[in-house]
Design a protein around this ligand. Structure first.
Ligand code: NAD
Length: 460
């Protein structure tokens, strides 16, 4: 038996929850129960599934204040963003509640001609195994679970250990609206996660690239569909005509909001022309961000999730100095007991510096100078990741040239790399993603399999 302890990043002596991690036997038992409940759920009228998800949305909305407090406490998300995530959780449930009515296939001309009929029809895959990170402890579990359920699947959710209490509370709110056994939360770490991959008929993972690569292999070996949404090293490209103050303000918020702990956070800013002016504006914007206790309504930058995460950011700043870069602000641990490290801006790094290549999941961002639009695109793409990107310019032709050249699943023009719409497909390129897109209308493809039916006339 492995004990799980989830503690508050701002007050590490505040133990949010302690429990025993789910064992492989617990996962197998939950999978059996889920499989038992799934066929009836898939066969239920769409209105029944819509009503259940609608009831779940109402329950989450009714608990909004309490859930916001829990997200702040367990993962240190600043209060404003935590409240926003709860609102988004409700919206995700309501959106997918209506997707039960979406078309399930298409009608085609039969090869025999005449009055025959050929059509495609989607079916639930069975038990969906969902493995999630801690940084969006409500939204990510729900943007997987809501479509999985809407399209007739059962769900086994293995949340990140650092977000255990949020996942358990979510399950308490959802399960009264669902048949018994249809949704189970299996707290734990790698062992429970691996057991979920072994038990599921379809696997959706969000987390780091290293873990995702292993899950993609394990699920593929079993022959079950798998999607992995992983890390990013997201660039923002700033062209010479951009409104520098506005770009710097948005980029600071995208790099350092929630202490940079978003897969979509800006990690590199590639600047063409006016580099010094932009860098000064970025440093000023970073210093102006309200930094401190995430429970305060004004805070935008709180602590990082745990001690090792804080140490990695400090080590990344030290490594940047050793590589010849300058740390212009931040880079040191601060605060009185919580895992705080301030917004950190680095410049002057050689192209092969670790900080420019790998994801550091915290409030650290590097400025890189480019000497042409093509060079800006080349530098932006010079990583193994390709999740999100942004370009700041008023020049439409240049914007289109950069958008066309960027290797990223999501590109924004004059808007931050952060921010994901639940009604649009989301996913990246290269090592950021594996498998089908998630969210929006893409979710139906992933959580169902397509069957082709041909009905020939009897000739009677
Ligand atoms: P992580 O990879 O450490 O853990 C993710 C999940 O995988 C957790 O539930 C963890 O317990 C589980 N896990 C760990 N080892 C496992 C194994 N061997 N088998 C099965 N499950 C295992 O990631 P994290 O620290 O929770 O989250 C941060 C990372 O997630 C960052 O890299 C971030 O960029 C990424 N992320 C990506 C997206 C996206 O949509 N692309 C969104 C949010 C976060």
């Amino acid at each position: 038996m492995t004990e799980l302890r989830s503690t508050s990043p701002q007050r590490p002596d505040d133990v949010v929850v302690t429990l025993q991690a789910a064992t492989a036997a617990d996962v197998a038992a939950a999978a059996d129960a889920a499989r038992g409940a799934q066929s009836g759920w898939a066969a239920a009228p769409p209105a029944v599934r819509a009503a259940a998800l609608g009831g779940a949305a109402d329950a989450v909305e009714g608990a909004a204040a309490e859930l916001t407090d829990l997200v702040v406490r367990e993962v240190g998300k600043p209060r404003g963003e935590a409240a926003g995530e709860v609102g988004r959780a409700v919206a995700i449930l309501r959106y997918h509640a209506q997707q039960v009515y979406d078309p399930q296939g298409a009608v085609h001309a039969p090869s025999s001609g005449g009055t025959g009929l050929s059509f495609t029809r989607r079916r639930a895959r069975g038990v969906a195994g969902l493995i999630t990170p801690w940084n969006f402890p409500l939204a990510i579990p729900l943007w997987k679970a809501a479509p999985a359920l809407a399209f007739g699947n059962a769900v086994l959710l293995k949340p990140a250990p650092q977000a255990t209490a949020c996942a358990l509370r979510l399950a308490e709110l959802l399960t009264p609206h669902l048949p018994g056994g249809l949704l189970a939360v299996l707290p734990g770490g790698a062992e429970a996660g691996a057991a979920v991959v072994d038990a599921a008929d379809v696997v959706s993972f969000t987390g780091s690239a290293a873990v995702g690569a292993g899950i993609a292999v394990a699920a593929t070996r079993r022959g079950v569909p798998v999607q992995c949404e992983m890390g990013g090293q997201n660039p923002a490209v700033v062209l010479p005509d951009a409104d520098l103050e506005r770009a710097a303000g948005q980029i600071a918020a995208a790099a350092f909001g929630f202490a940079g702990q978003k897969c979509t956070a800006t990690k590199r800013v590639v600047v063409l022309g006016r580099v010094e002016e932009f860098t000064e504006a970025l440093v000023a914007a970073a210093r102006a961000l309200p930094f401190g206790d995430p429970a305060d309504a004004a805070t935008l930058v709180g602590p990082v999730v745990e001690e090792s995460a804080r140490d990695r950011v400090v080590a990344a700043a030290t490594g940047a100095r050793s590589a010849g870069g300058r740390v212009l602000t931040g880079g040191t641990a601060t605060g009185d007991g919580g895992w705080y490290v301030g917004p950190t801006v680095v410049d002057g790094l050689p192209e092969d510096a670790e900080l420019l290549r790998e994801e550091t999941f915290g409030p650290i961002c590097a400025v890189v100078a480019a000497d042409s639009v093509a060079d800006a695109v080349r530098r932006a793409n010079a990583v193994r990741y390709g999740l999100t990107a942004a370009v700041y310019t008023g020049d439409l032709d240049a914007a289109l040239q950069v958008v066309d050249g960027l290797a990223a699943g999501q590109v924004k023009v004059n808007a931050p790399t952060t921010g994901v719409d639940f009604h649009l497909p989301f996913g990246g390129q290269r090592d950021s993603s594996y498998g089908a897109r998630e969210q929006g209308k893409a979710a139906q493809d992933f959580y169902t399999s397509l069957h082709t039916v041909t009905v020939a006339p009897t000739g009677r």
